[in-house]
Design a binder for this molecule. Structure first.
Ligand code: SR1
Ligand code: MG
Length: 394
C-alpha cells in the first residue's frame, strides 16, 4: 500500500494537519461509519460542535479485498462533487477538502439525515425527496452539458471527467454479469427458473445490450452514475434531500440517473408488496412520477435563453431522457436481485418473501424493457409496474 489508511485514532491528527480544515478546530470524537461496498468513512466531531466527514478510498473493494480498485476514484469524486455543488447547491454535501496523496475528501457532516433506503424499508414516507432528486438530476444535466456549457465548454469538461475503472464496474455488474453465468451471481434455488427465463429472453438481452451501449457512448452530462436510494440522505425537519457518493460520476446519459431512482423504487415497492404493505408500495411507485416531474420542470425552466435551440428541441430531448430511463431502471433493479451487491430491501426479507420479491422485480424489469415503456408518462407506466409486481409476487 503506497498511502496510509486512516483510523479512528489517526483522524484527529490528520484533520489538524490539513490547512483547509483549520476552521473546524480540534477533533474530539471519531466514528467509522462506512457501510458501503468501497470506502472508509469517518464522522469527526469537534470541540466547537461542528462536524465533518472524511471519506477515504481503499485500494480494493471493501467487501471483497481480493478485488483491486483504483483509489484515484476519490479524486474523481472530489472533482465531480465540486461541480455538482456549483450547479446544484443544497442537493449534495458541501466539499471542504481534497487530498490526492491519501485519497481522502472532507465533506459536510449530514449525521442529522438518514439514508433513504433504510427509511423506505421501514415504510416511512419522505414527501418531496423524489422531486428534489429529479431537480438535482436536471440541474446537473443542464449545467454540465452542451446546453449549459456550450459546445466547447462541454468538450473541455468531458476531457477532465473520465472515470473508466468505475464505469467498467457498472458495465460489468449492471449490464453483463446478470446475463451470463458468473461467480458474482447469487441466485436462490427457487428463483433459478425466473432468472434463467429473464436473462435468456432474446428481447431482454437485446434491450439491455442497447442500454449498455447508450451507457458507454452517450456523453451528455456529468451524471451521478450510482444514484440508488442508498446514495440519498433525507431529513424531515427541516426538509432536506442530498445525493451523495458521486465516485461513479462520468459523462454519461442523463436517463441513467433517472432510471437508477426508478429501478430502486421498484425494489422498495417489491419489498413492501410481499410484506403486505400495499399503500406504501403505491406511494413508493408514485415517486417515479414525482422524480420525472421534478426533472422535467427544472430542466424546462433552465432551457429558455440558455440552450441553443439549433442543437435540439426541448421536448425531443426530454423524450430521449425518458426513453433511456425505462431500460436503465430495469437493468438497475434486475442487477440487485441477480448479481453482485444486493440491497437491504431484498436481503433482509425472510427467504420465502425474498423469492417472491425477486420474481416480482424481474417481471417489472421485463415490462420496463419493452418498447412501449420508453414513451408516454410515468404515472400509467408505474401503475402498470405496480400491477405486475403484485401479480408476479403473489
Ligand atoms: C464493486 S462495487 C459494487 C457496487 O457498489 C456501488 O454502490 C455500485 O452500485 C457498484 O455497482
Ligand atoms: Mg456508493
Amino acid at each position: 500500500m503506497s498511502y496510509e489508511l486512516l483510523t479512528v485514532d489517526t483522524v484527529p491528527g490528520y484533520v489538524a494537519a490539513r490547512p483547509a480544515l483549520a476552521r473546524f478546530g480540534a477533533v474530539s470524537r471519531v466514528r467509522e461509519v462506512g457501510d458501503g461496498n468501497l470506502n472508509l468513512v469517518f464522522v469527526a466531531g469537534t470541540e466547537g460542535g461542528g462536524g465533518l466527514v472524511l471519506k477515504q478510498a481503499l485500494p480494493y473493494v471493501r467487501v471483497d479485498p481480493t478485488w483491486p480498485i483504483t483509489p484515484e476514484r476519490n479524486g474523481i469524486e472530489g472533482r465531480a462533487l465540486r461541480v455538482h455543488n456549483a450547479v446544484a447547491p443544497g442537493l449534495v454535501p458541501e466539499l471542504y477538502d481534497t487530498d490526492a496523496e491519501r485519497h481522502v475528501i472532507a465533506i459536510e457532516d449530514l449525521s442529522d439525515h438518514r439514508v433513504w433506503r433504510g427509511a423506505l424499508n421501514e415504510g416511512q414516507r419522505h414527501d418531496g425527496v423524489a422531486g428534489d432528486l429529479g431537480r438535482y438530476v436536471a440541474k446537473v444535466a443542464f449545467g454540465t452539458s452542451v446546453f449549459g456549457l456550450g459546445a466547447k465548454g462541454h468538450k473541455a469538461a468531458l476531457a477532465t471527467a473520465a472515470n473508466p475503472e468505475l464505469c467498467e464496474i457498472t458495465e460489468d455488474l449492471v449490464f453483463t454479469e446478470p446475463y451470463i453465468a458468473h461467480e458474482h451471481n447469487r441466485i436462490l434455488r427457487a428463483n433459478e427458473a425466473d432468472v434463467a427465463a429473464y436473462a435468456g429472453d432474446p428481447d431482454v438481452r437485446a434491450a439491455v445490450g442497447a442500454a449498455k451501449l447508450a451507457f458507454m457512448t452517450h456523453a451528455e452530462a456529468l451524471i451521478h452514475g450510482d444514484l440508488h436510494t442508498g446514495s440519498v440522505l433525507v431529513r424531515d425537519e427541516p426538509h432536506s434531500a442530498r445525493a451523495f457518493d458521486v465516485e461513479f460520476a462520468f459523462y454519461g446519459p442523463v436517463g441513467f440517473d433517472v432510471g437508477a431512482l426508478w429501478g430502486n423504487y421498484v425494489l422498495a415497492a417489491a419489498r413492501a408488496l410481499v410484506l403486505g404493505e400495499d399503500a406504501h408500495a403505491a406511494w413508493v411507485l408514485a415517486q417515479a412520477a414525482r422524480t420525472w416531474e421534478g426533472f422535467a420542470e427544472e430542466f424546462a425552466g433552465l432551457w429558455p435563453g440558455r440552450a441553443d435551440p439549433r442543437i435540439i428541441d426541448l421536448d425531443r430531448y426530454l423524450a430521449k431522457v425518458y426513453a433511456d430511463a425505462a431500460p436503465f431502471a430495469a437493468a438497475k433493479a434486475a442487477r440487485r436481485v441477480i448479481g453482485f451487491s444486493s440491497v437491504s430491501d431484498i436481503e433482509t426479507l425472510p427467504e420465502d418473501l425474498r423469492v417472491r420479491a425477486i420474481r416480482a422485480v424481474l417481471a417489472a424489469a421485463r415490462l420496463l424493457l419493452t418498447p412501449d415503456a420508453r414513451r408516454g408518462e410515468p404515472k400509467p407506466l408505474f401503475d402498470r409496474v405496480g400491477q405486475v409486481l403484485a401479480e408476479a409476487g403473489r
